[in-house]
Design a binder for this molecule. Structure first.
Ligand code: FAD
Length: 394
């Protein structure tokens, strides 16, 4: 008897691809994940999780693991001017007051998502180099000579997506003139540091952020500074801690203390892309950074990729071979506008964080008022609208 469940190939074993694989399997689909790296998830520092994605992680059974392996960000979270003058509290709940805001180490998140998949579903060491589709079959090719076929292919292969070219015309990523120095420090090395707060200091052209990971045992820091030269988009380029210390010399002494204790840091250039006109072609669709790389100034890169995965799983869970192509179009129809608003919002927020407006009083008022935008962002539940879109297909 022919297999009725749709088969799905996911290219990319990052947060978006791994979450989507879990959500699709939970809906009864057959899923294989192909990742170029020889193993999953060793690189990275802190990722910020907000209620709009934690709601989805909970639905797929990850609620307890996020609680135990992440660090809940509490109500004492604050924005400051560069010298430590308080500006406003940070929004850490949705409108109902539900606090589901966590810092989580990217390696822990990837490990958590990967460990829940059947081992035979994940294929590392597979770099995708080609895609074709004919009739009802989509096929990907890998640099090691392997191929894989499925009813649907999901390109979750990140900002440098190899598969995006099969969906959208070529476009350049946009460099935003700044780099982020990031890393983690053990909390015991800065024992006075609040272990449950998201803290951000805003100065001219620069800002500095910390939030906790691993139940507060680690503090994640990121220093955003201007850079006039484009550098390669990389998550693992080493940075010079002395350069970072100089960038924030004279800021709030708490920052100077933290930076005096770091020994290594990584540099990450900030790029995004203009929103794409479409995400799908036939049986291929884009997800996460492959579809919508965004600046980190709303902390939504991972969160939006998780929303994408849940929307796609909800819609594909009700599709069959005849409706699979329409299902992918319904998914992108649901997601494109929301994600484009988040991409734009991240750019605007970056200008606030870097004090682009010389009237700091106005800037501070905007930061305080921005809590309303965050509440709307965090209130969003992608499932009911995805269910409605899926029912409309039937
Ligand atoms: P990504 O998380 O970028 O995942 C894409 C995956 O696809 C990667 O595993 C990549 O190796 C794989 N891939 C790419 N091309 C191919 C190919 N041709 N064939 C097969 N596989 C392919 N965000 C933070 O906020 N903080 C961090 O510290 C941080 N560190 C990161 C470290 C790394 C190594 C990476 C890849 C991303 C990091 N990010 C970090 C980004 C963050 O994970 C993403 O912005 C967000 O989670 C969206 O996830 P994604 O799955 O769409 O993309």
């Amino acid at each position: 008897m022919a297999e009725k469940r749709l088969s799905v190939v996911v290219v990319g074993g990052g947060i978006g691809g791994l979450f989507a694989a879990n959500a699709l399997i939970a809906r009864g689909l057959r899923v294989s994940v192909f990742e170029q790296a020889p193993s999953l998830g060793e690189v990275g520092a802190g990722v910020f999780l907000t209620p709009n994605s934690v709601r989805q992680l909970q639905r797929v059974g990850f609620g307890p693991a996020v609680e135990s392996r992440g660090a809940r960000v509490g109500p004492h979270s604050r924005y400051f001017r560069h010298d430590g003058t308080p500006i406003a509290p940070v929004q850490v709940t949705d409108s109902s007051g539900w606090n589901a805001t966590f810092g989580m180490h990217r390696a822990d998140l990837v490990e958590m998502l990967a460990a829940a998949l059947p081992p035979q579903a994940v294929h590392t060491g597979h770099r995708c180099i080609g895609f074709e589709q004919a009739g009802e079959v989509a096929r990907v090719r890998f640099a090691n000579g392997a191929t894989a076929e499925a009813d649907v292919v999901i390109a979750a292969d990140g900002i440098h997506s190899e598969l995006r070219q099969h969906v959208a015309p070529p476009s350049r990523s946009v460099f935003h003139g700044s780099v982020a120095y990031r890393g983690v420090i053990e909390h015991q090395r800065i024992a006075h540091w609040p272990a449950a707060s998201w803290l951000m200091w805003l100065g001219k052209g620069k800002h500095f952020l910390t939030f906790p990971l691993r139940a507060g045992g680690l503090i994640n820091y990121v220093g955003f500074v201007p850079a006039d030269e484009e550098m390669k988009e990389s998550w693992s380029a080493p940075g010079d801690p002395d350069v970072l210390r100089r960038e924030f010399a004279g800021w709030d002494p708490r920052i100077e203390t933290l930076l005096s204790r770091i020994e290594a840091t990584f540099r990450w250039a900030l790029y995004d892309r203009e929103p794409l006109q479409g995400w799908s072609r036939g049986r291929l669709t884009l997800l996460g950074d492959a579809a919508h790389p965004m600046l980190p100034h709303l902390g939504q890169g991972a969160n939006q990729s998780i929303e994408d995965g849940m929307a796609l799983a909800t819609i594909l869970g009700r599709a069959d071979r005849n409706t699979a192509v329409a299902a992918l179009l319904a998914y992108e129809g649901l997601r494109r506008e929301r994600v484009a608003a988040v991409q734009r919002g991240a750019r605007e927020n970056g200008l606030r964080y870097d004090s682009a407006n010389p009237d700091l009083g106005v800037r501070d008022a905007e930061i305080a008022a921005h809590a309303a935008f965050r509440r709307r962002l965090y209130d969003h539940d992608v499932v009911p609208e995805a269910e409605a879109a899926a029912l409309a297909l039937a």
